[in-house]
Design a protein around this ligand. Structure first.
Ligand code: MN3
Length: 234
């Protein structure tokens, strides 16, 4: 693959992805512990939602991805860096089931870190400046992110990504994710119904607003941006 793509998908901040870096005995995918207590995001996301979402849905993606990697015996899939497995599986239609589970395992490990009980504040530093330059500022970002998350038809994700050096807001369907498209994710929001249905029923927009206003972790996004720009300048 092209060197620039290689460096882009390797730019996931290693120290921050327990799910991407910790090899579980059963395979390369692992369920990272939640970085906060299960009740820490209430009332915006309840403990019940987190317990099911993390303990059942995420665990299931991890288990299925490990099973499919183990069964495949494919040398290209023998890799401890799960982002590599995700991107390789995305390029091979016969590995679609693996891609779906591997990407969902990765996406969820990333999503937990995008939420913080003390989140929802405004971005600062270099990220604030870049948001201003590329997206017209924090409020404009929030509107675009809310629109992307609300209008994603069916299951999927909304993202803040770095794409060719510029910030963009995107949305993806089902398990699809930015690394596959040569983009570096900085933040995401899960808009599968399992992410909000217990707390909000069909009111997806209320969940989206609550997360943007109260939970989005801008320190995590800024660390991801610094990591990405640091890599690009080397
Ligand atoms: Mn989910």
């Amino acid at each position: 693959m092209a060197q620039d793509q290689q460096s882009q998908f390797q730019s996931a901040p290693k120290t921050q992805f327990a799910g991407a870096e910790t090899a579980a005995p059963a395979g390369p995918f692992a369920l990272p512990p939640l970085p906060y207590d299960a009740d820490a995001l209430a009332p915006y996301i309840s403990a019940k939602t987190l317990e099911l979402h993390h303990g059942k849905h995420h665990q299931s993606y991890v288990d299925k991805a490990n099973k499919l990697v183990a069964e495949s015996k494919d040398p290209e899939l023998q890799d401890d860096v799960v982002a590599h497995i995700v991107v390789r599986a995305a390029r091979r239609p016969e590995l679609n089931e693996l891609f779906n589970n591997a990407a969902q395992a990765w996406n969820h490990a990333f999503y937990w870190q995008c939420l913080n009980p003390n989140g929802g504040k405004k971005p600062s530093g270099a990220l604030a400046k870049k948001l201003e330059a590329d997206l017209g500022g924090h409020e404009s970002f929030a509107k675009k992110f809310e629109d992307a998350a609300t209008t994603q038809f069916g299951s999927g994700w909304a993202w803040l990504v770095l794409d060719c050096g510029k910030l963009k807001v995107t949305k993806t369907g089902n398990a699809d994710m930015p690394l596959v498209h040569g983009q570096i994710p900085l933040l995401c929001l899960d808009v599968w119904e399992h992410a909000y249905y217990l707390d909000y029923q069909n009111r997806r927009p209320d969940y989206i607003k609550a997360v943007i206003q109260n939970l989005l972790d801008w320190d995590f996004a800024e660390a991801n941006l610094e990591h990405a720009l640091g890599k690009a300048s080397r």
